[in-house]
Design a protein around this ligand. Sequence first.
Ligand SMILES: Nc1ncnc2c1ncn2[C@@H]1O[C@H](COP(=O)(O)OP(=O)(O)OP(=O)(O)O)[C@@H](O)[C@H]1O
Ligand SMILES: [Mg+2]
Length: 272
Amino acid sequence: MSTVKTNTAPPVDLVSGGTGPALVTVRGLKVAYDDGPLVLDGVDLDLRPGETVALLGSSGSGKSTLMKSLTGFAPITSGSVRVAGHDVAGLRRGELRRLRADVGQVFQRFNLVDRLSVLTNVLTGALHEAGPINLVGGFSAAHRRRAMELLDRVGIAHKAKEQARALSGGQQQRVAIARALMQGPKVILADEPVASLDPKLSHTVLELLQRIAREDGIPVLVSLHVLPLALRHSDRVIGLRHGEVLVSAPTARLSAEQLAPLYDVDDEKDED
Ligand SMILES: Nc1ncnc2c1ncn2[C@@H]1O[C@H](COP(=O)(O)OP(=O)(O)OP(=O)(O)O)[C@@H](O)[C@H]1O
Ligand SMILES: [Mg+2]
C-alpha cells in the first residue's frame, strides 16, 4: 500500500483508504454451484481496517456469491479465502460458527424478528458469542447496556422498547446495523443494504456504515446497485462482471463512465 509523505495532517481518505494488514484476503477464488459453470472465476480481494469497499456489478455477476464465500456459504472450488484469521475453505462446523461470529452481516430486508423489541433484536447479536441462551431474561446487564449504547450510536435509542415491525425501513436497517455491531465483528458485509430504502435513507445508512468502518477500523464490504451511492459512500470499488474482477480502484479516481462496462447488457462476447 502506498503511503504519501506530507507535512500536512493526513486527509480523511488516507485513514479511510484502509491501513494495516488486510483482514480479508481472497486469492484466485473460483466458485461453482453443483455441476454448474463458474460463478466466480479467479477473484482477488483485500479488505483493510477502516475502509468501505463498494461491490458493483449487474445482476448475476456474483456479488452475493462473493459475500457468501467469505462466510462459508458458497461452494469454494479453488483458491484461498482468509477472513479475520480463519481459512474459510477448510473450516469445520464449530470453526464456521466462530468465523460467522466474527462477521457482521446486514441484508436488504433487514432480517429483524418483527415481534421482538428493537432492544431484543440488537441483543440477539450477542448470541453469536454466547451460544444458545434463553431469550427471556437471558441477557446480562452489561449486554443490555451495550445494546442501548449501540442503539444510541445509530440514532434510535428512543425506539428501544418498540416492536421492530413498528419502525420505518431506514430505522429497521439501523437496528440491523446495531445488531451486527453487538457481535463485535471484525468485518462487516452488507449485501444491498439500501435496496429497499428511498434515496435519502440510503444516504443515511451508507454514511453510518462508512463512519463505523472509519471509527472502529472495521472493513465494510457493501454491494450496491446505484452508482452515485457507491461513488459517494465508498473508499474503493470492486466491479464484477461474469464472476471476474473488471474494476478495482480507489473511488476518488473513478467516474461513472469507467464503471459503465460493468453494466453492458449484451456483453456475452464483446465484438468491437
Ligand atoms: N444457490 C445457488 N445455486 C445455483 N446457482 C446459484 C446459486 N446462487 C447463485 N447462483 C447463480 O450464481 C450467479 C451469481 O449469482 P449472485 O446471486 O452471486 O449474483 P449477484 O451479483 O448477487 O446478483 P443480484 O445483483 O441479482 O443480487 C447467478 O448466475 C446465479 O443464478
Ligand atoms: Mg445479490
